[in-house]
Design a protein around this ligand. Structure first.
Ligand code: TRP
Length: 457
C-alpha cells in the first residue's frame, strides 16, 4: 500500500505487532507462567501446606478457577487487541479504567521485588561456578539478600529484562522464550531424574505425594492453593490479557489455556520432584517449611555444598533454570506496564520500556535493601491485588463486558471444546465470583496482618 498523505499523518497508528507463530505465543505465555513461582514459591508453600494435601487442592484450583480465569483474560485481550487499560475501557466503558490501572500498578509492584529475588538466583548461579556453594548458607543468605550486593544483582536483572522487552514482541519476547523455555524444561527434567537416586528420595516423595487427609480440607491450604494458582499462572493483573492482544482473532484460546496451564503445573510438579528428595536426603525439611522468602535459598545451597563437586554442578543447573524462568516471567510483568504506556500515551516502545523499567528498578531498591519490605510488597501485590484483579476480571467477563462470552470463547474453538464452552461460562458467572470473594476475605485479613506486623517492627 503506498502511503497517502492522509494515512501517514501523525495520528495514524502503526499496525499492532503480532506473534510470529502460534508456538511462539504459547512459549511466551508458558514463559510468563513458569518462573520463581514454580520453584521458590511453590515448594515452600507446598511444604507448609503438608505437601500432598496442598498438591491435591492446587490441581483442583487450577482446573476449577485457573483455566476459566485464564480464558477470561485471553478472550478480552484477543478481542480488543489492546493492553489492559484500553481493553477494559473498550469493552466496559470508563468505569473499568481503574481496574486496568490496578493491573499496571500490580505489575509494577510485583516486578520490583521479583527482580530482587531473581538477582539472588543469578548470583547463586554465578557463584556456583566461581566459588562454589557456601559452607554456612544461613549466614551467607543474610549477607547477600539485602544491601549493596542485592542491589547490584537486582539492577543487572532489570537491565536484562528491559533489554528484551525493548526489542519488541517477535524479536525480543518471542525469540527469548523459544530458546529459554525448552532449555528450562530439559534442565529441570534432568535434575528430577538425578534426584530420584538420592538416599532419602523415597521419604521426600512420600511427603510430597501421599495426602494427609486431615489437612485436605484445611481452609488455609485451600486459600494458599488458590493464591498460588493465580500467581503461578500469571493471572489477575492482565499479563495473559496483554499477551493475547498480540494474537490473531482466529486462535483457539481454549486449547492454548489448557496447554499453558498443563505446562506450568508440569514444571512446578517436576520442581517438587527435585526439591523434596534433596531436602529429605539431607534432613532439611524444617528449613523449607519455615515459610520465609529465604527457605529455598538457604536449604538448597546448603544441600549442594554438602554434596561436593556434583553438588556444584547440580546446583549450578538448578539456579540456572530458576534464572531462566525468572527472566521470561519478568518480561511479561514489564510488558504489561510498557504496552499500557505505549497504548495510552503514544510513546515509542523503546522509551516506554526503558523509562518504566528504570522506575521499577528504583522502587525495587527498597526491597533490595530490606527483605521485610520485600515481604510486605509481596503480601500487598502478590497476595491481595492479584485476588482483587481476579475477582474483578471474572465479574467483567461474566457480567459486565459488552460482548457475549459464549460467542467470544467459541470463536476459533476446536470441536473438542465447542460444546464445553457454555459450561465454562457458567463457571465464570456463578462459581468464580463467590469463590474468589471468599478467598479475598481471607486475603484481606492476611495482608492486613502483614502490614500491621511490618509497622510493629
Ligand atoms: N507466574 C510467574 C511465576 O510463577 C510470575 C508472574 C509473571 C506473574 N507474570 C505475572 C504473577 C503476572 C502474577 C501476575 O513466577
Amino acid at each position: 500500500m503506498s502511503p497517502s498523505p492522509r494515512s501517514s499523518d501523525a495520528s495514524a497508528k502503526p499496525a499492532r505487532e503480532l506473534w510470529g507463530t502460534r508456538w511462539g505465543f504459547v512459549m511466551a505465555a508458558v514463559g510468563s507462567a513458569v518462573g520463581l513461582g514454580n520453584m521458590w514459591r511453590f515448594s515452600y508453600i507446598a511444604a507448609e501446606g503438608g505437601g500432598a494435601a496442598f498438591l491435591f487442592m492446587y490441581i483442583i484450583m487450577i482446573a476449577l478457577l485457573g483455566i476459566p480465569l485464564m480464558l477470561c483474560e485471553l478472550t478480552v485481550g484477543r478481542k480488543t487487541q489492546l493492553s489492559p487499560i484500553g481493553a477494559l475501557r473498550g469493552l466496559g466503558g470508563r468505569a473499568w479504567v481503574p481496574l486496568g490501572m490496578l493491573f499496571v500498578l500490580t505489575g509494577f509492584l510485583i516486578l520490583s521485588y521479583y527482580s530482587v529475588i531473581a538477582g539472588w538466583t543469578l548470583r547463586f548461579a554465578a557463584e556456583s561456578i566461581t566459588v562454589g556453594f557456601p559452607e554456612n548458607p544461613g549466614a551467607h543468605f543474610g549477607e547477600i539478600s539485602a544491601g549493596l550486593s542485592a542491589v547490584v544483582w537486582h539492577l543487572a536483572f532489570m537491565a536484562l529484562t528491559i533489554g528484551i522487552v525493548m526489542v519488541g514482541v517477535q524479536k525480543g519476547i518471542e525469540r527469548a522464550a523459544l530458546i529459554l523455555m525448552p532449555s528450562l524444561v530439559l534442565i529441570v527434567l534432568g535434575l528430577a531424574i538425578w534426584a530420584a537416586f538420592l538416599d532419602g528420595a523415597g521419604e521426600g516423595y512420600a511427603f510430597y505425594l501421599l495426602p494427609d487427609m486431615g489437612q485436605l480440607m484445611d481452609p488455609t491450604v485451600i486459600r494458599q492453593a488458590t493464591a498460588q494458582a493465580f500467581f503461578s499462572l500469571s493471572l489477575g493483573m492482565g499479563a495473559m490479557l496483554t499477551f493475547a492482544s498480540y494474537l490473531s482473532k482466529d486462535t483457539d484460546l481454549n486449547q492454548e489455556a489448557v496447554t499453558i496451564s498443563f505446562a506450568d503445573f508440569g514444571v512446578a510438579f517436576l520442581a517438587g520432584l527435585v526439591v523434596f528428595p534433596v531436602v529429605f536426603a539431607l534432613g532439611l525439611q524444617g528449613d523449607v517449611s519455615a515459610s520465609t522468602v529465604g527457605a529455598l535459598f538457604i536449604s538448597l545451597p546448603g544441600a549442594f555444598a554438602d554434596m561436593g563437586g556434583i553438588g556444584r554442578l547440580v546446583g549450578f543447573l538448578f539456579f540456572l533454570a530458576l534464572s531462566v524462568g525468572a527472566v521470561t516471567s519478568a518480561i511479561s510483568l514489564l510488558e504489561v506496564v510498557t504496552s499500557s504506556i505505549i497504548d495510552e500515551t503514544g510513546m515509542g516502545r523503546r522509551n516506554a520500556a526503558i523509562g518504566m523499567g528504570i522506575l521499577i528498578a528504583l522502587f525495587g531498591l527498597l526491597s533490595a535493601f530490606n527483605t521485610d519490605v520485600l515481604g510486605l510488597v509481596d503480601a500487598i501485590a502478590g497476595d491481595l491485588f492479584l485476588v482483587i484483579g481476579a475477582l474483578a476480571m471474572s465479574i467483567f467477563v461474566g457480567w459486565a463486558m459488552k460482548a457475549d462470552p459464549v460467542e467470544e470463547l467459541r470463536r476459533g474453538a476446536g470441536k473438542r471444546f465447542y460444546s464445553l464452552i457454555p459450561f465454562v461460562v457458567v463457571l465464570i458467572r456463578f462459581v468464580l465470583p463467590p469463590v474468589i470473594a471468599v478467598i479475598l476475605f481471607f486475603a484481606l485479613q492476611d495482608t492486613w496482618g502483614a502490614i500491621t506486623g511490618f509497622f510493629a517492627g
